[in-house]
Structure formats: C-alpha cells, structure tokens
Design a protein around this ligand. Structure first.
Ligand SMILES: [Zn+2]
Length: 488
C-alpha cells in the first residue's frame, strides 16, 4: 500500500514526496516542464499532460508522474520551469529516457507562473516532416496572424489583457525541413499521445537556428515559440513550457506544438499560447473528464461560440475573470474581494469592456478561504471576441486552487448541463444563486449600461434580520426589509 506524504521545507526548496515502494532509486536534477495536450475539436474530448525534466547536459527525460503525486503537487504552473530533483525508476527507452517519478523536490521561489505583463514577442517556426511536402499556409499568413488588426493575435492579446500585454515584435520563420518523416515524430499520426515533442522541438529549433536569432536582438530571447507543423502529431496540439538553452539563452520558453488543424483556427493557437502564458483549463460542473465544455473561456471550449475571421477561422474569445486576475490583468480597483460578512450591492461590467469605472469581478471566499472561493463576472455578446457568446448574463465560477481545472462554472440546474451554454449557468435579472451552507448568495438586481447591478450577501438571513432590527427606524415595513435582506 502506498502512503502519500507531503514534506515541506521552510527554506529554498519545496518538496513533495510519494513514499517509494522500492528502495533503489535513480535521482535526476534539472528544470521541470509541463505541457497540455488538446484534442482536435470534434474528436472525443480528452485532455492529456506530459511532463519533462531538462538536465544540465541539455538532455530531456520524460517524467511519468502518478495521479496520487499529481494531486498533491496541485497547480502544475507553480512548478513550470523550476529547478527540481526527481527520484524514481529510470527507463532507457527509445526515443527518449523516461522516469517513473516517486518523489519530486522543486526550488522556490518559482521562476514562472504568476503575472504576465509587458511586451511578449513570440516566433512561429514552420516545419515540414521529411516525407510531407505540403505547406498548408504561407509565411505571410503566419506573420499576419500576429498582426494588430481585429482578429489578429496582437490585437487579441491586447484586448483580452486590457493592454497589460502585447505580442508586438512577433515574427515567423519560413518552412524548413525536419530531418525525419512524420512517423518518427508521431508513430500513430492523429491519435494516441506518443508524439516525441522533444525531438520535434530540438529538430525544429535546429532547422531554424541558422535563420533565426532566438535572442531576439539580445533582448533575452523571444517570449515564446509556436512550432507550426505541416502534418498532424498524435492526438493533440500541445502548449506549455520547455526549459532549453537556445542561442545561449537558458530559460523556460513558452512553447506550443501545432498541427495544421490548430493554426486553421486561431482560437486553438490562442488557447495553446494561453497554456504558454501559464493558464490552465476551466471547466463546467458536470463532473466528467472533459475540460472543454464551457463556452465562456478560450481556455475551455476554445472553438465554441466564437467570432470568425475569413483568414484565421474561429477566433479566441476572452478568458474568464479568474484567469485574468491570475495573470495580473485585473486592476485592484476592478475587483471586489468580500472578506467580511455583510450585504454588498455593486455594479459589475462585462469582461470584454476595454476599461471600466465599475468592477470586473467579485471574489467571495468560501469559509474565509483564499484558495476556495466564488468569482462573479459578467459576460456579454459584445466586442471583437465575445460577440457570439451564448448570452448576456452574470456568470459564476467556483474556484478551487490546485485541482487541474481550478475554475468550474456554477450551474443552477439540478443536473449540470453537459455543455455550459444553458440558462442554468446564465444568471439573469431577478435570479439568485444561493449557497446556504456557506451563507453566500448572489442576486442579479438590474441591468446597467455595460453589465449588471448585483447584491452579494455573506451573512445569514437571520443575522441580517437581527442586525437590521437593532437599528430599525420603525417606519419601514418589515416585509420590505426581509426582501432587501434576501429572506425570500
Ligand atoms: Zn488546453
């Protein structure tokens, strides 16, 4: 029987250990990378993760981390790029070595994760399998994808981040040949998870290195690398991080691996870049294993309810307030954290608005927790990227830090919908979400010019009533007070 144990050092290392079942272990040190694998929209929805360790030699070992250890590790973005020590059983393996991880120690403080601010130029490097000649799009297509017109990625990221980031200075490098055929890199093209992302990455960088200054003019390097491939990989497009030394720069690069169906819809590239920026998926509340069933987030159902562009297909939409806040794109004055008991009436504007004198989000701790809470946001069929959302409504997420999709859309229906485009997740004027066990309720009072007035209560009906009675002027009707105080 395995026993899980968490070991915390209050020094420079955070450590999480799964007690080994065997005594002889191999120990490796290096930089940790994680990538998300996303199925082609329309395929059986499945989410995959791969983990790697880049050794000081530059060699990369794939890490197999058991579920039990993953659940203890929590938010994998906290570890992205961290110098780590892993122990377990190593397997020589072809095409690359792998390690069955039994313990993982990582250096703190984290190097990645956290907020994302400023100019973030990416480079697209276009690569062809040696046995596939097609060039699905030309260089101008990929350069234009980073453009500043509506529908192009610089415009998109500027709008979504409220000008906190841009991708100005991004560029593309024209098609180059990989040295190997498709099945060398992806033994089962279009299915499975066996693509050798390390070989694709190394060979793609090598193919473009003579033509690309990855230092980006000595600025510390491109922020991220989109590897655009002329044929399918395995099941998925992949996005996340990769620690590597390129043109003398050693860092955790933001990296995506994109088959043609990925760059066929810019929404998919936005989603993978979102993983690159450190975002997880969000989810609905139906409890299945599919994290692609919320249309309110580019980081969930990326290609559902989108705007479209004649050149770049389905476009990314905004990401949810929790994700924007996580990346530091919600100003302090735009977020209300309700950490006291009471009744609060506020105006929340829709998330696609460029600027607002009101709120963009409300955060309501559950049981006073800073890692378990509700977020309240407003979404509208408005703007360049949210125009085709399912509706204009208050949307509530329950956030639990550490689970693989921290934010789940709250669904008011008794049985949560398979896909969160239903009335149950859209809180409209006159409706109220209640969590009586935690004495939390959110009522939608009225529509405003760009959102809704809402009233949040974090006090029980009885307490609210007693508090009101204590300074009751005596002239109001008690029923009106009860109504005001949520005692439906
Ligand atoms: Zn994903």
């Amino acid at each position: 029987m395995k026993i899980f144990r968490t070991v915390l050092f209050f020094g420079t290392f955070g450590a999480i250990m799964l007690c080994p079942t065997v005594s002889a272990q191999d120990v490796l040190t290096g930089w940790f990378s994680a990538v998300h694998g996303d199925m082609q929209p329309g395929a059986e929805p499945e989410h995959h993760m791969k983990y790697f360790l880049t050794l000081e030699t530059g060699d990369v070992v794939q890490l197999h981390i058991p579920e039990g250890l993953l659940s203890i590790l929590g938010d994998i973005e906290e570890i992205q790029g961290q110098y780590s020590e892993v122990a377990g059983q190593i397997h020589a393996g072809v095409p690359q070595a792998s390690l069955d991880v039994e313990s993982l120690f990582y250096e703190m403080p984290r190097l990645r994760g956290g907020t994302v601010q400023g100019s973030k130029p990416w480079i697209s490097i276009l690569v062809k399998y040696s046995d596939i000649a097609s060039e699905p799009e030309n260089l101008a297509f990929f350069n234009g994808m980073y453009g500043s017109s509506v529908g192009q990625l610089n415009h998109y990221w500027q709008e979504v981040s409220y000008q906190n980031i841009d991708v100005l200075g991004s560029s593309s490098s024209d098609w180059r040949d990989l040295p190997q055929p498709q099945t060398f890199y992806a033994p089962t093209p279009g299915s499975g998870t066996s693509a050798n992302l390390t070989a694709v990455f190394n060979d793609a960088i090598a193919a473009h290195d003579p033509f690309v200054d990855f230092t980006n003019g000595g600025t510390g390097g491109y922020e991220g690398i989109n590897i655009m491939i002329n044929g399918v990989l395995d099941c998925c497009a992949w996005g996340g991080g990769r620690f590597a030394t390129i043109d003398g720069i050693s860092k955790s690069w933001r990296v995506t691996w994109d088959p043609p169906w990925a760059f066929g819809d810019e929404a998919v590239i936005a989603h993978e870049m979102g993983h690159g920026f450190g975002l997880p998926h969000s989810n609905n509340s139906d409890g299945d294993g599919n994290p692609y069933d919320s249309p309110w987030d580019v980081m969930s159902s990326a290609t559902g309810y989108t705007m479209t562009d004649p050149t770049y297909g389905k476009l990314g939409k905004h990401t949810i307030a929790y994700h924007k806040d996580r990346l530091g794109w919600i100003e302090p004055g735009e977020k209300l954290l309700i950490d006291t008991q009471g009744i609060f009436t506020v105006v929340v504007d829709h998330l696609a608005l460029a600027s607002t004198p009101n709120l963009r989000m409300v955060q309501i701790p559950i049981g006073g927790s800073s890692s378990h809470y509700y977020t309240v946001e407003v979404r509208d069929q408005a703007g360049n990227y949210d125009g085709n959302l399912p509706g204009f409504a208050v949307i509530i997420h329950e956030v639990l830090s550490g689970r693989s999709e921290p934010a789940w859309v709250v669904d008011g229906d008794a049985v949560p919908a398979n896909y969160a485009d239903t009335e149950g997740v859209m809180w409209r004027v006159g409706e109220k979400f209640s969590d009586p066990a935690n004495e939390i309720s959110v009522r939608v009072d009225a529509e405003t010019s760009n959102g809704f007035e809402i009233t949040v209560s974090t006090i029980s009906c009885a307490d609210a009533f007693l508090a009101a009675l204590s300074d009751w002027p005596g002239s109001e009707d008690v029923i009106t007070l009860l109504e005001q105080l949520f005692c439906d």
